[in-house]
Design a binder for this molecule. Structure first.
Ligand code: B12
Ligand code: SF4
Length: 471
């Protein structure tokens, strides 16, 4: 019997029910645009599937207030660093409502100054730590992989496609200087094939046809990844994976023959000196080569692209963006290099250039918070706009729709695409659409307004409420 009545929640959202569509961020969206939201919160879903606790995913203010009417003994909040002020406000509300302890987890809990404000913090994988904190046992049969969904769609079609989310490994063995992940999670580990098989079977039985693998780097454990790929192929899924350019290049032919439909790729930069400086150890040529191969197969590509490495200048960034715009990439998530706490990047930047902005709400990869040697704040904003206008056009969105509906991720025009879309938006998946109808409606609302990150939204008034210590 657990010792505590525990509620786990993610931060209060202006639109509840799903994660924000962080891809439409500039409020001047193109006529045709692609939108993606998560209907499940992976961190909380894993904890909820393996431990006795209640879970509140993506609440709006009303849902959160309602959850405190009969207050739990402990509230655990899962938040990212830029959501810190929301988490602190939730903590205050919870205490006023009679909650005895407030705990924090996820990357938000990794900021030392923030951790001190909570009764308890958890960094890294939570299941084992939380089990011991509440005196509960984890399932004897091993970690349960929960059923979780994401939605992708467009503003020009009323239905969104559902995909099953899959994690096959945890952690990352690489050590890119700007990234918190390796330190935060520690040694990478596999998720058992049994757990993966069980959840894939569930997705299949619900009529899901597409799988979205969101490991930090799918393929880290090559043998294990190959076995997962065989399973995906056996279930006849089309799948997309979050991975690195070098990892995908090594396995491209094999994975392409077994249902690979696209990738979320950390391209980070097309500027070789920036890549080397960040310890990224990928080659610019490799990124371009891989993107060409994926284009030949009409595969979906989401690229993470970082602006503002120390070597970058306004003209080098413009040249990079122009080059990126010639490549067949569907969604580019343009991020401004941010010195997140406890990274090598933060130490170096603080020492060499100084960090002028300690306001955590701005640590969302969209603000230049440090003194860049070559680029001013105004220039960076302008470059972000330039990148967004060039990379998020209606034309590009139409090309993406064709990849899904006309090619289905195949080199030639294929009826598989339409059948995939038809099956995923309705057909056997209809029951799933009904189950998630409220979250899907929220996802469509997000696609209309575009992401307003917290500093722009209702929480802006309290943006200065909490900040890092000046460096
Ligand atoms: C899915 C995802 C998203 C989703 C939503 C995720 C969500 N939580 O709802 C979306 C697309 C919305 C998103 C957005 C962003 N993301 Co993101 N995202 C990811 C991704 C791909 C997977 C995260 C995940 O689900 N992991 C799996 C789950 C099981 O692990 P987990 O969340 O860590 O949860 C475990 C533990 O942390 C712990 N735990 C978590 N919460 C709690 C709470 C308690 C009380 C306890 C005890 C334990 C506990 O237990 C869980 C189970 O073990 C990671 C990259 C990666 N592969 O890790 C990036 C990543 C987390 N994102 C990142 C970034 C930068 C962003 C953005 C800022 C990017 C942007 N500019 O748009 C935005 C911020 C959005 C916002 N909310 O403000 C960064 C780091 C963030 C940071 N350092 O704070 C990452 C690591 C990518 C990277 N390498 O740069 N993201
Ligand atoms: S950026 Fe990606 S590859 Fe590099 S350390 Fe972070 S998770 Fe690993």
């Amino acid at each position: 019997m657990p010792r505590h009545k525990l509620l786990l929640a993610s931060p209060v959202q202006p639109i509840g029910g799903c994660s924000p569509n962080v891809y439409g961020w500039d409020k001047r969206p193109a006529h045709v645009r692609i939108a993606m939201s998560f209907l499940s919160h992976p961190g909380l879903a894993f904890l909820g599937a393996n431990l006795p606790c209640d879970v509140l995913e993506y609440p709006d203010a009303c849902a959160f207030a309602e959850s405190l009417r009969d207050p739990p003994e402990v509230l655990g909040i899962s938040f990212y660093i830029n959501e810190t002020s929301i988490a602190l406000r939730m903590m205050d509300d919870a205490r006023r409502a009679g909650v005895k302890e407030v705990w924090a987890g996820n990357y938000g809990a990794y900021t030392p100054e923030v951790a001190a404000r909570f009764d308890r913090t958890f960094t890294g994988w939570g299941e084992r730590q939380l089990a011991s904190a509440i005196g509960a046992e984890l399932p004897v049969s091993g970690l349960v992989h929960p059923e979780m969904y994401g939605a992708i769609g467009t503003n020009v079609f009323p239905r969104m496609m559902l995909s099953g989310l899959l994690f096959t490994s945890r952690g990352c063995p690489w050590t890119c200087s700007f990234c918190q992940t390796p330190q935060f999670y520690g040694k990478p580990q596999e998720i058992s094939l049994e757990a993966i098989d069980r959840v894939l079977w569930t997705y299949k039985s619900r009529g899901v046809r597409g799988i979205n693998i969101l490991d930090e780097n799918f393929g880290t454990f090559r043998g294990h990844a190959d076995e997962v790929v065989d399973l995906l192929h056996r279930y006849r899924f089309r799948w997309i994976a979050l991975t690195r350019v070098d990892t995908l290049l090594k396995s491209f032919d094999r994975w392409a023959s077994k249902g690979l439909f696209g990738a979320h790729l950390g391209v980070e930069s097309l500027n070789q000196s920036s890549l080397s400086g960040a310890g990224k150890r990928i080659q610019q040529n490799d990124s371009v080569k891989l993107l060409h191969s994926m284009s030949r197969h009409h595969m979906f590509v989401q690229a993470f692209y970082i602006l503002g490495f120390e070597q970058d200048t306004t003209s080098s960034i413009r040249a990079d963006v122009d080059m990126l715009a010639t490549l067949d990439v569907d969604l580019v998530q343009v991020q401004v290099l941010t010195p997140y706490p406890q990274t090598r990047e933060r130490e170096t930047i603080a020492r060499q250039f100084g960090i002028h902005d300690q306001e955590l709400t701005h640590y969302n990869s969209r603000h230049l918070v440090w003194n860049h040697p070559n680029i001013s704040l105004t220039e960076m904003r302008e470059l972000q706009r330039y990148a967004n206008t060039k990379l998020a056009s209606s034309r590009r969105a139409l090309r993406t729709l064709a990849k899904f509906a006309v090619f289905g991720g195949q080199p030639q025009v294929s009826t598989r695409g339409l059948s995939l879309v038809a099956a995923t938006v309705g057909g056997k998946a209809s029951a799933l659409h009904r189950r998630y109808s409220a979250s899907l409606a929220s996802a469509r609302s997000w696609s209309r307004v575009g992401w307003y990150s917290y500093e722009e939204g209702a929480s802006a008034a309290s943006a200065a409420e909490f900040a890092l210590r000046p460096q």
